[in-house]
Write a protein that binds this ligand. Structure first.
Ligand code: ATP
Length: 354
């Protein structure tokens, strides 16, 4: 398994996770590589080729957060991984574990987010540039559209091919994980030709999965239901931008970024990582919550077929959370907050070793 500790709080939560996984005696062997700021210092690039080679060889990586420095011309590591490994699906299980402070109980939602296109494809026209002036002229001449002189423009492509891939993935995920329903978020009434394709393609695909329920809902209405009755939601599939926003909303429903795991999946590779970023405000102090990364390792173990180890580790985490005595500051402990290492110790102690 490739292990990328990352930067910021990454090395701290990665070390805690490695200890928790090693204690399972599940035979996981790590191929550890730096990426992000430590790799820039050593190799002059945030994502050296040998890191990519390692993931291509192992097929699976567990990764801490990685910062892209502003300026310096470095390409985002996350974008590079996504594009080169064709990680088309970002999956965020959002489940409340008993004992975690939250406004709700029984939330168990899985967000499946399309990861390759939509407004994140990077087709951008800067305000005032000759390129945008040309586009403005074309749109006015050919279609009578008026773009404000002081507007900037981002283009939103959504294809049938990418929609099919992610919707099929969502249905397969639902089937494999005994989920009853896939709900599709869209805004097809406004964006007829991008979200319109998204909706029409999904409706067509849903016909192939009659054992799983399907519903389409406008994403604004979905946001309202999530804030009101999140317990009623199951698997939710979303295009890139809505998926980004709604998955952070759902992280908030289940106790925050410190407990929200994630995975990015392609046909041949998978990268498992916590939802949170490098949290520079608390980095280096040993106080970051490692649970999000440990739960990402649970997803990784399940992905590689180590279902028993995944279940044991998840149960260990659930016991620590339910017990509530050993908690980092973000989870509002009753007593003094625990350190990252103390949470790792508690998870190891609460996990059945075989
Ligand atoms: P990015 O742009 O990389 O997403 P960010 O600073 O916007 O970074 P995060 O790094 O995820 O977002 O941090 C957001 C907030 O959540 C910060 O206040 C941070 O301290 C807190 N936070 C993030 N991860 C953790 C964690 N594992 N444990 C405790 N607090 C965390």
């Amino acid at each position: 398994m490739t292990l990328i500790p990352g930067d910021g709080v990454g090395p701290e939560v990665a070390e805690a996770t490695r200890r928790a996984v090693d204690a399972l005696c599940a035979g996981v062997e790590w191929d550890v590589h730096d990426a992000g700021l430590p790799a820039i210092e050593t190799f002059g690039t945030p994502l050296p080729d040998h890191v990519m080679d390692s993931i291509k060889a192992t097929g699976v990586a567990l990764k801490g957060p990685v910062t892209t420095p502003v300026g310096g011309g470095f390409r985002s590591v996350n974008v590079a991984l996504r594009q080169e490994l064709d990680l088309f699906a970002s999956v965020r299980p959002c489940r409340i574990y008993p004992g975690v402070p939250s406004r709700f109980e029984d939330v168990d939602i899985v967000i499946v987010r399309e990861n390759t296109e939509d407004l994140y494809e990077g087709i951008e026209f800067e305000q005032g540039t000759p390129e945008l002036n040309k586009l403005r002229g074309y749109l006015k001449y050919m279609h009578g559209f008026r773009l404000a002189e002081d507007a900037g423009v981002s283009v939103k492509p959504i294809s049938i091919t990418a929609t099919k891939a992610i919707v099929d993935y969502a249905f397969h995920y639902a089937r494999r994980n005994s989920r009853a329903k896939v709900l599709l978020g869209h805004k097809a009434n406004i964006m007829k030709f991008s979200d319109g394709i998204w909706l029409a393609t999904a409706e067509e695909r849903a016909g192939h999965y009659t054992d799983i329920g399907f519903e389409a809902m406008q994403v604004d209405e979905l946001a309202m239901w999530l804030a009101w009755y999140p317990q009623e939601q199951d698997v939710i599939v979303l295009p890139n931008l809505y998926g980004d926003i709604i998955s952070d909303l759902c992280a908030g429903l289940i106790g925050g970024l410190g407990v929200a795991p994630g995975m990015n999946l392609g046909h041949d590779h998978a990268v498992f990582e916590p939802t949170h970023g490098s949290a520079p405000d608390i980095a280096g102090r040993g106080i970051a919550n490692p649970i999000a990364m440990i739960l990402s390792a649970v997803l990784m173990l399940a992905h590689i077929g180590q279902d028993d180890a995944a279940a044991r580790l998840e149960l260990g985490v659930a016991r620590v959370l339910a017990d509530g005595k050993v908690r980092t500051a973000d989870l509002g402990p009753a007593g003094p907050p625990a350190t990252t290492a103390e949470v790792a110790d508690a998870v190891v102690a609460a996990t059945d070793s075989k």
